[in-house]
Design a protein around this ligand. Structure first.
Ligand SMILES: C[S@@+](CC[C@H](N)C(=O)[O-])C[C@H]1O[C@@H](n2cnc3c(N)ncnc32)[C@H](O)[C@@H]1O
Length: 202
């Protein structure tokens, strides 16, 4: 069983590659967020898009618990929060071509060379994310670190993603886009956000 530890105790028990339409009680487009942090995006997006079912994976158990508790308190039946490492949990929970969108916002940059292996996006994970998306599915990446944005774009381009902004380009903020908890601070301060909107080609 993988779920946030501690209360609330009613998070769903998730077997390997569950039937998500059974977990959520309906067939619906499925979105994944990796590293949901304080949960601002997951909670905001699930509320704004009741037609979507949403799985947030966050390895800091306390953050996962808080987000899950807020989802329950707000009656968001379309949001499940998993407290685990997304690098091992994503391939366990999702089959090929099962996700309509994947969101990755402000991943930890891990500056030191000896910590590079902790970065979420590496060559293998880039290929995994490509395989998990349905053809036409969206990979929504945002960061405040230009160098990391360029590194990720290169890895994801090599994995086969098509870039909405063209090779090496960054997208403008779409109208009405839900900001993540961290992103709200950058937007309020007028600081740049490097945004990749990448698609698995049809
Ligand atoms: C800088 S914070 C950004 C949080 C949130 N996405 C936002 O934009 O407000 C990065 C988050 O990713 C989480 N994280 C890092 N690596 C992870 C992994 N392999 N699996 C799940 N969560 C991870 C961290 O615990 C942290 O909460």
């Amino acid at each position: 069983m993988r779920r946030p530890t501690g209360p609330p105790p009613d998070a769903p028990v998730l077997p390997d590659q569950p039937d998500w339409s059974a977990v959520f009680g309906r067939p619906a487009p499925l979105h994944l967020e990796i590293g949901s942090g304080h949960g601002g995006f997951a909670l905001g997006f699930a509320a704004a898009h009741p037609e979507v079912d949403f799985v947030a994976i966050e390895w800091r158990k306390k953050f996962a618990e808080i987000t899950w508790a807020r989802a329950v308190a707000r009656g968001l039946a379309n949001l499940v929060v998993v407290g685990a490492d997304a690098r091992t949990e994503a391939p366990r929970l999702f089959g090929p071509a099962s996700l309509a969108a994947i969101h990755l916002h402000f991943p930890d940059p891990w500056w030191k060379r000896r910590h590079f292996k902790r970065r979420v996006i590496d060559e293998g994970f880039a290929h995994l994310l490509f395989a998990l998306l349905v053809p036409g599915g969206l990979l929504d990446v945002r960061t405040d670190v230009e160098d990391r944005a360029r590194d990720m774009e290169t890895l994801l381009d090599a994995a086969g993603f098509a870039n909405e902004a063209g090779p090496g380009g960054f997208s403008a903020r779409p109208e009405g886009e839900i900001p993540s908890s961290r992103e709200k601070r950058y937007l309020a301060a007028g600081e740049p956000v490097w945004r990749l909107r990448l698609f698995r080609p049809r």
